[in-house]
Design a protein around this ligand. Sequence first.
Ligand code: 5GP
Ligand code: ZN
Length: 114
Amino acid sequence: MSNCIFCKIVEKEIPSDVVYEDEKVIAFNDLEPQAPTHILIIPKKHISSINTVKKEDLEVIAHIFGIIPKLAEEKGIKESGYRVVNNCGNDGGQTVGHIHFHILGGRSLQWPPG
Ligand code: 5GP
Ligand code: ZN
């Protein structure tokens, strides 16, 4: 998607602080971290949101969930705990239309969110 900021990160057209990358996914630090650890993990394929995940995309989504605990361990937040967030649509607070999962940790997080 030519106008998608996260596709541009995938293509390295705009810089990001990459913490993990393989052929299917990339993870990078959020530009405006809301916690000491705030990573975004995304499929390299442009999928706009949870609402448009197709059956053939489920493999990469599962792959992402395999990588998350490894990143949490690397960042030292696996045992203390962390939060994985997907914002979907306007009311969900989604601001970037390329599916992404936030990994937040390193402090005590409040629940429920506002
Ligand atoms: P959303 O609100 O869509 O769930 O989350 C989008 C996230 O992307 C926000 O936390 C925002 O700070 C982050 N973000 C937006 N643009 C960029 C960018 O260009 N680089 C990085 N690293 N993060 C971004
Ligand atoms: Zn995209």
